[in-house]
Ligand binder design. Structure first.
Ligand code: HEC
Length: 133
């Protein structure tokens, strides 16, 4: 069965806007993770790390075939040509946040650990799969 056009347009809009909102939220959360960890507030930082990890799992489902274009998406078509690799990067980003929860308190280099387990994953994915902005 073919979905009525109005319906599929609506869901495309919801999906693209939804993932943009979630990425923006993760960015804000990431900055909080950084500042909380820097001042040794690990309990709250860890809570937010777990939240980011879960958000990545939601994001994993927000790149269906019908969300390739429109609504000012910065997602590049190559995502769907290499969907498995893209999904792997998203899963890695999610798992690395859990890893960060495990190691952050005893880390010798807090800043370096956050870079390694959080920021580097943003960059690794954006370089290839997100339009220049
Ligand atoms: C596995 C891939 C992947 C990872 C990991 C990832 N991103 Fe993204 N990000 C994307 C893609 C693709 C888009 C474009 C989404 C769109 O416009 O539809 C995006 C968009 C964004 C946006 C713009 C949202 C908007 O309103 O248009 C921000 C901000 C962002 N990401 C921040 C981050 C930060 C910060 C991290 C790491 C903490 C991160 N992303 C990790 C793939 C990723």
């Amino acid at each position: 069965m073919i979905a009525p056009k109005a319906y599929s347009d609506q869901s495309t809009e919801d999906i693209i806007k939804g993932r943009k909102a979630l990425f923006s939220k993760n960015y804000k959360t990431a900055k909080k993770v950084q500042s909380l960890s820097a001042r040794g507030d690990f309990d709250e930082a860890k809570e937010l790390m777990n939240e980011m990890s879960e958000n990545y799992e939601v994001l994993l489902k927000l790149f269906p075939e019908n969300s390739k274009e429109g609504f000012q998406t910065e997602a590049l078509p190559i995502i769907w040509e290499e969907k498995e690799n893209f999904d792997n990067l998203m899963n890695k980003a999610s798992k690395d946040m859990i890893e960060l929860v495990a190691i952050i308190e005893d880390a010798d280099d807090i800043r370096g650990s956050i870079k390694k387990f959080m920021w580097s994953n943003c960059k690794a994915c954006h370089t290839k799969y997100r339009e220049e902005h």
